[in-house]
Design a binder for this molecule. Sequence first.
Ligand code: ADP
Length: 234
Amino acid sequence: MNNEKYIREDERTPEDLRDIRMEIDVLSNANGSAYIECGGNKIIVGVYGPREIHQKKYSKNYGAVLRCKYNMAPFSVKQRKKSGYDRRAAEISKLITEALKPCILLEKYPRSSIDISIEVLEASGGTRCLGIVGASLALADAEIPMKDLISACAVGKIDDHIILDPSEYEDNNGQADLPIAMMQRSKNITLLQMDGKLTHEEFIRGMNLGMKGCKIINDMQRELLIKKYNGGIE
Ligand code: ADP
C-alpha cells in the first residue's frame, strides 16, 4: 500500500501525531502534576511522594513502592461510563506502573511510596500512552530522580496503512493497535502491547514509526521542562 498518499479521516498523513499541548505544575496540592491535551483527549496527572509508608506488606521492599492509578471519569466518553475501578483501569494502571518503574531511581527512597493518579477527563484514543507521557512529566515536576523521561505513543493499522497515533475512530475501526513507551536516551522499550494482526514487515515499520513519534513527544517534554525550570538553558 502506498502510505505516502493516504489521508486519514482527520486529514492527517500516516506519520502525523495529533496536536499536543502539555503543561506542568497545574495542581497546587500535589508534589508534581501535568496536564495533557491531544486530539480529543484531556488528561491530568498528580504525583504524591516520596512519602513514608508503614504498611507491613511493603516492609521488605528495597526501594520506594510505585503505585499508579489510571481512572476514566464517567463524563470522559459519549455514553456515560460507570464510575469506579474496572478491569480495564486495573490493567492499564498495572502496565503504566511497569512502564514507568525502570526510569525511576526507586532505590533512593526505602520505606516510601510514590503515588501517581492519572485522571482521564476526556478520552479519544491513546489514553494509556498519554497517561504515561503525563506521568513522566509530573514525576519530573515532583523532582523525583529519574534516569530518563519516558515518552509513549501508539501506532495503528487501518485500511492496510500503518499510521501514527490512532484517533478513537481509527482505534475502534482499525486492524491493529501497537502502544509503545520508551526511554529516549537508552532506547529501552518499557511498554509494548499489540492488538490485531500485523505482518513482520508491518510490525518493524510500525515500531520505527512509533519510535519516531516517541522522539517527537520526548523533545516536547524536554522543551517544556527546560523552559519551566531552567529558564530555557539546556
Ligand atoms: P487507549 O485509550 O489507551 O487507546 P483503549 O484501546 O482501551 O485504550 O480505548 C480506546 C478508546 O476507546 C479510549 O481512548 C476511549 O476513547 C474509548 N473507550 C475506552 N473505554 C471506553 C468505555 N468504557 N466507554 C466508551 N469509550 C471507551
